[in-house]
Design a protein around this ligand. Structure first.
Ligand code: ADP
Length: 505
């Protein structure tokens, strides 16, 4: 590689792996290294990570991508960080030692506490201040759990001796060897402690959750030079200049920078985020309002809706039912049949997320006849991903009063052309699959690069996003309507299954 050429290093700290990607000025990937780390499940519903392993995997993949591409650290113009959101770490300000494992966003141990808050009628206040629904997903109840359950911790917290951080804060603390205890607005907006209107930690919420404000990181924009890495981490001191939670970073990486722009990520679940501009839209259709980013002192807000079972329905066909050898096979098995043959699959394997929100819903496979084949079932599973994304998008359209004409997509399952074409058909809008699918890391790189002048402004980024394929709607409207009517009927049959005692039979 040329010795004078500069790069941006994106650190993408995800739920199952830490990844480091080197981007050049054309937004192209020059090198990538990732490493998985241990998922710790101490009890049913509990999910933890070892914060030291989060750090060691992240710093080692960063060093390895530098070595692998034979560049010197001085060729890195800046580092951008993107991370699994909401995951909660508490550590000692003096020693840097975590006081407990990281409690991961998936962890449900604080569900009962969340129910108590709902019963006390806290929902409206919390929603108005934070844009969030009360759920164990967000950081606040996880911090409270650590303070209440780890011995001797509350006293140390009250004495100002402990730091709380989401994973971005932890990485910056480690990269600066304890000099900076910071976060950005996107990560702060997922804690359920941050007022998304005033952009400040909220005293009322801190007192509801019993969290001393001395524990909290300083909140910064998503794109600014926060610090440089300590001299003994890499061979050169590198500016850290971009931070955003993973879904927000992906929104930026997809260059959804105008009001109404929307992206959907098709991974284990599906995560849809829409740019709603300079004012938050408080959802009336059970979506979350959140901060998309803050750049040059301007805050952009977003609406977000998450589908719990997306690509993982295909994983279940592969690993649970064993009717697929690999996920990609779903495309040609589904293509053996011309349509779903009347079969619908509601993959409520862990309940339903947005916009239905039903923890009691369970998977439902319906419309089966003697003519049903494996092809129909696989097709129904793929279609279910598209219908769920449809339901979230329509909820966003209702909240904003605007029709969406384009959906940008990323994530592992977008490799499936049949799924993407069906998505375009069902939505009646174009589905755009970009050339660079690592949009999360790309978004972090863009944020970091803008802050150090590697890219001059948002306009300079425009040419860097290119579609690899545009799927256009082809299906006739009557057929679309009929499919959606049946899907809605299938959803109704899956709802509230767990508590249905069959007494009406
Ligand atoms: P995550 O980041 O959540 O781990 P990925 O973005 O890597 O997920 O996507 C993996 C998911 O996509 C898996 O659940 C897998 O079943 C699904 N998937 C991968 N390839 C395909 C495919 N060709 N067709 C349908 N689903 C797929």
């Amino acid at each position: 590689m040329e010795k004078s050429k500069k790069y941006i290093l994106a650190l993408d700290q995800g739920t199952t792996s830490s990844r480091a990607i080197l981007f050049d000025q054309n937004g192209r990937i020059n090198g990538e290294v990732h490493r998985e780390f241990e998922q710790i499940f101490p009890k049913p519903g509990w999910v933890e990570h070892n914060p030291k392993e989060i750090w060691s995997t992240q710093v080692s993949v960063a060093a390895e991508v530098i070595a692998k591409t034979s560049i010197s650290a001085s060729q890195i113009a800046a580092i951008g960080i993107t991370n699994q959101r909401e995951t909660t770490i508490v550590w000692d300000r003096q020693t840097g030692e975590p006081v407990y494992n990281a409690i991961v966003w998936q962890d449900r141990r604080t569900s009962a506490f969340c129910d108590q808050l709902k019963n006390k009628g806290m929902e409206k206040t919390i929603r108005e201040k934070t844009g969030l629904v009360i759920d164990a997903y967000f950081s606040a109840t996880k911090i409270n759990w650590i303070l209440e359950n780890v011995e001797g911790i509350r006293e140390r917290a009250e004495a100002g001796k402990l730091c709380f951080g989401t994973v971005d804060s932890w990485l910056v603390w480690k990269l600066t060897q304890g000099k900076k205890h910071i976060t950005d607005v996107t990560n702060a907006s997922r804690t359920m402690l941050f007022n998304i209107h005033t952009l400040q930690w909220d005293e009322d919420l801190l007192s509801i959750f019993g969290i001393p404000d001395s524990m909290l990181p300083e909140v910064h924009q998503s794109s600014e030079v926060y610090a440089t890495t300590s001299s003994n981490i890499f061979a050169s001191e590198i500016p850290i200049s971009g931070i955003a939670g993973d879904q927000q970073a992906a929104l930026f990486g997809q260059l959804c920078t105008h009001v109404g722009d929307v992206k959907s990520t098709y991974g284990t679940g599906c995560f849809m985020v829409m740019n709603t501009g300079e004012k938050p839209v408080l959802s009336e259709n059970r979506l979350i309002s959140t901060i998309a980013w803050q750049i040059n002192n301007k805050v952009i807000y977003a609406l977000e809706g998450s589908v719990f079972t997306g690509g993982s329905v295909i994983q279940w066909l592969r690993d649970g039912l064993k009717i697929l050898k690999k996920a990609a096979e779903s495309e040609w098995i589904a293509a053996r049949v011309p349509d779903n043959g009347g079969v619908y699959f509601v993959p409520a394997l862990t309940g339903l997320g947005a916009p239905h929100w039903d923890q009691q819903a369970r998977g439902t496979l319906i419309g089966i006849t003697r003519g049903t084949t494996e092809g129909h079932i696989v097709r129904a599973a793929l279609e279910s991903i598209a219908y769920q994304v449809h339901d979230v998008l329509r909820a966003m359209e209702k909240d904003t009063g605007k029709k969406v004409s384009k959906l940008k997509v990323d994530g592992g399952a977008v490799a499936n052309n049949l799924l993407m074409q069906f998505q375009a058909d069902i939505l009646g809008c174009e589905v755009l699959r970009p050339k660079v699918l690592e949009t999360t890391a790309l978004g972090a790189a863009f944020l970091a690069g803008l802050a150090v002048g590697y890219w001059s402004d948002e306009k300079a980024l425009k040419e860097l996003w290119q579609p690899e394929h545009i799927f256009k709607p082809e299906m006739n409207q009557n057929q679309v309507d009929s499919l959606l009517v049946h899907w809605t009927r299938a959803i109704q049959r899956s709802i509230n299954w767990e508590t249905d005692n069959g007494s009406t039979l």
